[in-house]
Design a binder for this molecule. Sequence first.
Ligand code: SPV
Ligand code: MG
Length: 435
Amino acid sequence: MVLDMKKVYTCFCTDVIHEGHLNILREANKYGEVTVGILSDAAMIKFNRFPTVTIDERKKIVENTGLASKVIIQNEIMYDQVIAELKPDYVIHGDNWCKGPESAIRQNVIDNLVTYGGQLIEVGYTYNENVKKIDDNIREKLAMPEYRRKRLRQLLKLCPIVKTIEVHSGLTGLIAEKTIVEHNGELDQFDAMWLSSLCDSTAKGKPDIELVDMSSRMRTIDDVMEVTTKPIILDGDTGGLIEHFVYNVRTLERMGVSAVIIEDKTGLKKNSLFGTEVAQTQDSIENFSEKIRAGKNAQRTEEFMIIARIESLILEKGQEDALKRAFAYVDAGADAIMIHSRKKSPDEIFVFCDRFRKENSDTPIVVVPTSFNSVTEAELAQHGVNIVIYANQLTRSAFPAMQSTAVEILKNHRALEVDSKLMPFKEIITLIDDM
Ligand code: SPV
Ligand code: MG
């Protein structure tokens, strides 16, 4: 190294090196000795897409360009640590981060550089037909069953808690897929999607009693899959008859669904949020364990997950019953357990999780904080919860908004009065990407 050579830093989170990246690297080399940071998987998934190759491969493709003196891993989205350690004279980046949530990263870099006189260099972002095609190919790959199916297990290793949002259509799928938020200097997005029986039924104007049959549910899954890449957890209700469940497991696997959650109820299932206000029957431990075993025997990949949902707290059968069932279902092969509650406070969920975790440190725990909604993801993670599902909030926000629009139009005999509350029609016609 020439002693007075300037230090240049740039960070990549790409799976493929294309002409745009080469352009940045060549430009960077004009300013001095180039260190390239590869953004860790855990950081990348907070605002970007899921990587299709391992971090070692991502590192290697940059090393193979011969345009980096050093390739390191950058563990955080924000540059504070890496800039403090490297003190680069220049940070170089494509100018595509000037708009949208990524502009928070840009601001963070500027704030760090200004403390010692470092400089930011922005290179025109290359976005031609070729680059678009590469981007589209990666997206399409991520949507393929063999990539999507295993994603939930990958996320369980990467995330402190897998944040999952309800979807029931292509449109809600797009919201789950594309919503990225910048808040308090952090970027975040949802990790996975929950295909709720309540919301899938509600969208069809039907009650949540397993009336919307599996063929229809699969149609919804397909609509969501068409426009998304994130993993899907299906609310499988009771799983139905064991003889039917085994067929459905194979179909879901083949489609690329990552997990099905089945609940230990039998007969005419009603939504759990009714609790004991309606008659509901819990399945026997033996029968439900048999269903889990049969499902696990039927599946053909290592990746698909069957998650056992315990209804004991909903049906006021107590902690002992819930825990006994949890351990029995894990013994029967359940890949994770979901514990549900309709109490306002998360206390009974915490008690369950703490007691379960004392004896079982690694089977993932799933919770659905609809009624105990004051609980934070961090608190849940502290009690050993691995997946949080926001199970119905998109549906519950859309319904009052649509109803109030209908009321306003009826009252005014025109649509002018509601217009300011609506998405501009220019936006709705460009909301959906062209192929
Ligand atoms: C659903 O979303 O359909 C669920 C969760 O099963 S709950 O509505 O809370 O039962
Ligand atoms: Mg349900």
